[in-house]
Design a protein around this ligand. Structure first.
Ligand SMILES: *Cc1c(COP(=O)(O)O)cnc(C)c1O
Length: 465
């Protein structure tokens, strides 16, 4: 068989892709008809496709390439580790240096007494670990009836059976009989879409208090934990009102439940601190980590748990683990990635330099006629597209129709922004420079202009009744 290379014509590669490769979260037939975009190389914040286009990656891959593409140090560490010890497991009373070093470094970086790491291969797996760990925790403490995990509608916690059940994505729950029992979803703190006549502050409190109400209704003796992203990512970069997290923390303190912060996106500098929990000022018992942990260079994830949780779990055999838990190559790459984030002052820059620069420019997009709110924390941002800013109206067309048009304009203008319904979102590599931020905003604005023209031409600039 002929070797498949970057130098084959795009159409041939697309045909082979369509014939054999099944894509995540994709309608296969639609993609086969259209042809997938083929990314061949990347450096810094720029991708190159098989047609030679240079595309600014406003999404950092999938929210993960925090240190940017093309870092030789990471390639070298991986090669060195592969030669020395490409694999060994951490079951059966064995360990290895990369797992030791990475867990020690994570304990140092994580706030409070989050000092113990259980490794996984992906964020979904780590949340499956959490789901089981909190139930085992309460069983060990003589309260086996504390089983229910409270989560939120429109949360994203991954795609396995457990993680998708924890998540609050309706289209995911509609397939395959989800959610599994024992998961309860409360409403999200999305003021723009759901706040009606309340001020953001009133709304933030009201949504937080749904947690207290749920605990009371389900019974405190039945609830194990509450899980949430400090800032919802895949749900559309929903920045909660300032009143939300302090009230959630109060409720968690006053009731006997564990708080799980899903830091898969917010962690490793995305919000201008090492962890989103520091940005929103909460004290979780467990943090889920993945994505930026290795800047996406190797698949690795984990759960960082408190001294208390670790000591309770440590008294029994936790019958759980993954072949690739603490994979030495991935762990070595993650450790090197943490060194780069730290020594190059990348997170400081998000907090005090390039971050504020991006935030100012991003917020100015709210002046565009198609844009309602523009939200951003650190380097994760969103804009809500709307036919009427004053009433925060939704479009009359199916949700996502206008967002998709905008996404296609972005693609055509060589900038990657994702759409979630009719929100556009960004999460660029944290190393993006000021000139690159200017280019991102320039291409985003052009795409919004073209989208508006198309929406007007198609008669879509109409509010839902
Ligand atoms: C991406 C994501 C996950 C799932 O991680 P995978 O590595 O895709 O399994 C979980 N939680 C959040 C908040 C995420 O953004």
């Amino acid at each position: 068989m002929a070797q498949i290379t970057n130098h084959m014509p795009t159409a041939e590669l697309q045909a082979l892709d369509a014939a054999h490769h099944m894509h995540p979260f994709t309608t296969g037939d639609e993609l086969a008809a259209k042809g997938a975009r083929i990314i061949t190389r990347a450096k810094g914040v720029m991708l190159t496709d098989s047609e030679g286009n240079e595309i600014l990656d406003g999404m950092g891959g999938l929210w993960c390439v925090n240190v940017g593409y093309g870092r030789d140090e990471l390639a070298e560490v991986a090669a060195r580790q592969m030669r020395e010890l490409p694999y060994y497991n951490t079951f059966f009373m064995t360990t290895h240096v990369p797992a030791i070093a990475l867990s020690q470094r994570l304990a140092e970086l994580a706030p409070g007494d989050l000092n113990h790491v259980f490794f996984a291969g992906s964020g979904s797996e780590a949340n499956d670990t959490n789901l089981r760990a909190v139930r085992v925790y309460w069983a060990q403490k003589g309260k086996p009836e504390k089983q229910i995990i409270i989560s939120r509608k429109n949360a994203y916690h991954g795609s396995t059976v457990g993680a998708a059940s924890l998540g609050g994505m309706t289209p995911m729950h509609e397939q395959g009989g989800l959610p599994i029992p024992g998961i309860h979803h409360i409403d999200q703190p999305n003021w723009w879409a759901e706040g009606r006549d309340m001020t953001p502050e009133e709304f933030g409190l009201a949504r937080a208090r749904e947690l207290e109400k749920a605990i009371q209704e389900l019974g405190e003796d039945k609830v194990a934990a509450f899980i949430a992203e400090p800032i919802q990512g895949a749900g559309g970069v929903i920045v909660p009102p300032s009143t939300y997290w302090p009230e959630i923390q109060r409720i968690c303190d006053e009731h006997e439940i564990l708080l799980i912060a899903d830091e898969v996106i917010c962690g490793f500098g995305r919000t201008g601190n090492w962890f989103g929990s520091q940005t929103v000022n909460i004290r979780p018992d467990i943090m889920t980590i993945a994505k930026g942990l290795s800047s996406g260079y190797a698949p690795i994830a984990g759960s960082i748990v408190s001294d208390e949780v670790a000591s309770v779990l440590g008294a029994c055999e936790f019958n759980h683990g993954y072949t690739y838990s603490g994979h030495p190559v991935a762990a070595a790459v993650a450790l090197e990635n943490l060194r780069i984030l730290d020594e190059e002052g990348i997170i400081d820059s998000v907090a005090t330099d390039t971050g504020p620069y991006l935030q100012e420019k991003w917020k100015s997009l709210a002046e565009h006629p198609l844009v309602g709110e523009a939200s951003i924390v650190g380097m994760m941002g969103s804009i809500a597209l709307t036919p009427n800013k004053e009433t925060r109206a939704k479009f009359a067309s199916d949700p996502g129709t206008v967002g998709y048009i905008c996404r296609e304009r972005c693609f055509a203008n060589n900038v990657i922004m994702r759409h979630v319904g009719d929100r556009m979102i960004i999460s660029p590599p944290l190393v993006i420079s000021k000139p690159e931020i200017d280019l991102l905003i320039e291409r985003a604005t052009l795409s919004l202009d073209e989208c508006l023209a198309q929406v007007e031409k198609d008669g879509l600039m109409q509010a839902a009744s």
